[in-house]
Design a protein around this ligand. Structure first.
Ligand code: CA
Length: 229
C-alpha cells in the first residue's frame, strides 16, 4: 500500500487529490498547513508527499528544506503556482523530487508520482548492484548485467536481470507477484501476474540445478516468490 501525504490548505484541491489518489489505491493522509505537514513528514512513514508551496505557517519550500536538512529522504512533489519558474528551480534545489504547476491534470500528477516512485526503487536497486553474487548455480553481476555458470556465460534478458535483482534485494522474504509487477513493469503497462510466472520459469531454468525442484526461487503459494540467498 502506497501512503501519500497531501500538504495543502485549499479544501477543494485537497478533496480532488484525495478522491483521485484513493481511486488509484493510495492511502491518503492530509495536513492543512506547513507546520503540521512538516511534523507529519518527519513522524510518518510516507512513500510520497504532495507539498503545496503556498501554505500557512511555513511555506512548502521551508518544509522541504527542513525535511532534507534532517536527513529525511521521503519523496516530495511540489505544487507550484503558474509562472513561478524561479520557484520551481528553487524547489528542486531544496531537494524536491519533482514539481507540478497549477492548474494541472490529475492524470499528469499521478504519472509524476509513479515516475518518482519508480526512480526511487531503481536507485535502491542500483545500490545493490556492485559485485558478483552467487544465486543458485549462477554467478551474477548486476552492474555488468552478466551471469555465468560452470559452463560459461548464461544469456539473460534485461527483464530477467531486473526481476532477479529485485528478488535478490528482497532475498529470504516473500515477494508478491503484484509487487514484482509494480516494480519491474511500473504502473503504466499492465501485464498479468501470469507474465511474472513465465519469467520465473525462465529464471529457474538458468539458476536451479533442477528447475523442476527449485531450491533457490521458491513458490509461496497464493502470494508469490521467495529467493533463498
Ligand atoms: Ca495553498
Amino acid at each position: 500500500m502506497i501512503r501519500i501525504l497531501i500538504v495543502e490548505d485549499e479544501p477543494q484541491m485537497v478533496t480532488g487529490l484525495k478522491d483521485n489518489f484513493e481511486i488509484e489505491g493510495y492511502q491518503v493522509d492530509v495536513a492543512k498547513d506547513g507546520e503540521s505537514g512538516l511534523k507529519k513528514i518527519l513522524d510518518g512513514n510516507y512513500d510520497m508527499v504532495i507539498l503545496d508551496v503556498m501554505l500557512p505557517n511555513l511555506s512548502g519550500f521551508e518544509v522541504c528544506k527542513t525535511v532534507r536538512k534532517k536527513g529525511d529522504s521521503t519523496p516530495i512533489i511540489l505544487l507550484t503556482a503558474r509562472g513561478e519558474e524561479i520557484d520551481k528551480v528553487l524547489g528542486l534545489e531544496l531537494g524536491a523530487d519533482d514539481y507540478i504547476t497549477k492548474p494541472f491534470s490529475i492524470r499528469e500528477l499521478i504519472a509524476r508520482i509513479k515516475a518518482v516512485l519508480r526512480r526511487r526503487e531503481d536507485s535502491e536497486l542500483f545500490k545493490s548492484k556492485s559485485k558478483s553474487v552467487t544465486i543458485g548455480k549462477l554467478e551474477v553481476n548486476f552492474s555488468a548485467y552478466n551471469a555465468f555458470d560452470n559452463s560459461g556465460q548464461v544469456e539473460m534478458s534485461h527483464k530477467e536481470f531486473e526481476i532477479l535483482n529485485f528478488l535478490w534485494s528482497k532475498r529470504n522474504t516473500t515477494v508478491s507477484r503484484d509487487e514484482i509487477l509494480r516494480i519491474i513493469w511500473g504502473f503504466e503497462e499492465s501485464p498479468t501476474t501470469r507474465t511474472v510466472d513465465n519469467f520465473i520459469v525462465k529464471l529457474r531454468q538458468k539458476i536451479e540445478t533442477n528447475p523442476n525442484k527449485p531450491q533457490t526461487i521458491l513458490t509461496v503459494h497464493g502470494i508469490g516468490y521467495k529467493l533463498i540467498g
